[in-house]
Design a protein around this ligand. Structure first.
Ligand code: FE2
Ligand code: FE2
Length: 348
């Protein structure tokens, strides 16, 4: 063989990499896994342990310095960027008497569920929405919102947002309002008063198929709904008496990416085990109990927050013989259903 006919060895892998490609056969198992591999892990955030630190920061940092005084509930498996479970975030926010939080808006959808305190309100697109413990307040995407506290003690609530999803979709926008506060242009709590009866919708208001028009779902109404069902309903074998907060125009979830729910686990409730692709964050409104998660046990008490990632088997238990457990929860199930990827499996 003459020297002229020798072809230098070509590294085809390097060559195709330089051409902006990658061999699919090297990634196949990772990209098309047999079942979802979740980054998030099951986790409980202890409210009583967090509370003194919240009070410390409330004293040490003004709202002007902190913008929003919030401790993010970061899942140990989802630290960069921080998230609580896939596509959802949770945080605990504190506001003191006399404080106001700067008005802003963002494309991420948000809600707050009030944990303690009285006398604060959020202005949402010109409507003052007052908050009391157990109330669910909505600030859907691109709605102006700011907070005021005219009461006595500290006010604390759970913030729930879908920014991990909105940012993953590269659709995150944020804007500050021109002044610190927006004017209240509509009657106080009008959206709640107009819609809360649920079966009587005001026909002069243009239906919004995406977001619920209701600013506040008061605890008094939630409690009344649970009481009127009482012990007469079968409930879900997984979640007990599980109710979804709905958009009165559609009967669907309050926001397109988040379904908010309230569940009552009766004394002695021993739920069946299942798993589903959607992820859920729970807040314990009252009572205490445990959730068995793939062999591990999560113990939770009043006001704690806990995370159940998607496709993790779980069973809720109320071990008390006398007391109910009330669990507020939110889930990305509407996204899974809208995309046709929702799956659920019974495990018992
Ligand atoms: Fe916000
Ligand atoms: Fe579940």
């Amino acid at each position: 063989m003459s020297a002229e006919t020798v072809t230098p060895a070509v590294d085809h892998y390097e060559a195709v990499k330089a051409l902006g490609t990658s061999p699919l056969w090297q990634y196949f198992g990772e990209l098309f896994a047999e079942a979802p591999k979740n980054q998030a892990v099951p986790y409980v955030w202890n409210y009583q342990a967090l509370r003194p630190h919240m009070l410390h920061f409330a004293g040490a940092l003004s709202l002007e310095e902190a913008e929003r005084r919030v401790l993010m509930l970061v899942n140990p498996g989802m630290t960069e960027p921080p998230a609580t479970v896939n596509s959802l975030y949770a945080g605990i926010q504190i506001i003191l008497p006399g404080e106001t939080a700067q008005a802003h808006r963002h494309t991420a959808n948000a809600f707050r569920f009030i944990i303690e305190g009285e006398g604060a309100y959020t202005t949402v697109n010109g409507e003052r929405v007052h908050m009391r413990p157990g109330d669910l307040l909505l600030t859907p995407g691109w709605h102006w919102h700011d907070h005021y506290h005219e009461g006595d003690g500290p006010m604390m609530w759970l913030d729930g947002l879908d920014y991990p999803l909105i940012n993953a979709l590269e659709a995150g926008f944020f804007q500050l309002y021109g002044q610190r506060s927006q004017p209240a242009e509509r009657p106080d709590d009008i959206s709640h008063r107009q819609f809360i009866h649920g079966r009587l919708n005001p026909l002069w208001i243009q239906p919004d198929p995406v977001n619920s028009p209701i600013g506040n779902y008061p605890w008094t109404e939630t409690e009344r709904a649970l009481a009127s069902i009482g012990d007469d309903a079968d409930g879900s074998r997984y979640d007990g008496v599980l109710l979804e907060y709905t958009n009165p125009h559609t009967g669907g979830p309050v926001m397109p990416t988040i379904s908010c729910r309230i569940a009552r686990l009766r004394p002695g409730f021993n739920g069946a085990a299942h798993r589903h692709t959607s992820s859920t964050v729970y807040h314990v409104v009252s009572g205490s109990g445990r959730t068995e998660v793939d062999g591990e046990v999560l113990e939770w008490g009043e006001k704690d927050v806990f995370a159940i990632p998607g496709w993790v088997g779980h069973r809720h238990i109320n071990g008390s013989r006398s007391d109910d457990v009330l669990l507020m929860s939110y889930t990305n199930e509407p996204v899974h259903r809208a995309l046709g990827i929702y799956r659920e499996e019974h495990l018992d």
